[in-house]
Ligand binder design. Structure first.
Ligand code: 4NP
Length: 165
């Protein structure tokens, strides 16, 4: 079976989406699903293209055992809609931006808000930590650790139902 591809999307691709990528990759590794699910991330703007993740985000993530080794890139509407199975946006603005890039709506069912996967923590968005202090970065990680567990269960369910058909 072809690998499922998850693509997280935020604004700059240096804080939230590379963290989501690292958190989900860790869960996938813990369950031995590396050959089944792959994960990438991107941003809706190219301002930080080619950069490593924000150092504040890297530091907070490292304290929880996550290595943020992603290099920022912009969402590529020529390629990413076709190649991804789950395009998961961090906040409502990222969602609106990705939706607007798919004017014909043929990929509509691949586009999600991260808040659709909330488990124990209730947030409508993964808030942008860029202009916040340490607690903003910790909050992002708390939310992502919770939501990624629910997301992984959904992906596993989808794979299971596809395998039945
Ligand atoms: P991210 O955070 O979208 O989670 O990567 C931000 C990164 C950069 C900027 C804003 C948010 N910026 O304004 O450059």
């Amino acid at each position: 079976m072809k690998k499922k591809k998850v693509l997280f999307v935020c604004l700059g691709n240096i804080c939230r989406s590379p963290s989501a990528e690292a958190v989900l990759k860790k869960l996938i590794k813990d369950e031995g699903l590396q050959d089944t699910i792959e994960v990438d991330s991107s941003g809706t703007i190219d301002y930080h293209e080619g950069e490593s993740s924000d150092l504040r985000m890297q530091t907070h993530a490292a304290k929880r055992g996550y290595v943020l080794d992603h290099i920022a890139r912009k969402f590529n509407s020529e390629k990413d809609f076709i190649e991804s199975d789950y395009i998961i946006t961090m906040d409502n603005a990222n969602y609106a931006d990705v939706i607007s890039l798919n004017a014909k709506k043929e990929f509509r069912n691949k586009i999600f808000k991260m808040s659709q996967f909330s488990g124990n923590i209730n947030f409508n968005e993964v808030p942008d930590p860029y202009y916040k202090g340490a607690e903003g970065f910790e909050e992002v990680l708390d939310i992502l650790e919770d939501f990624c567990k629910v997301l992984l269960e959904k992906i596993k369910d989808d794979i299971e139902s596809e395998n039945k058909n």
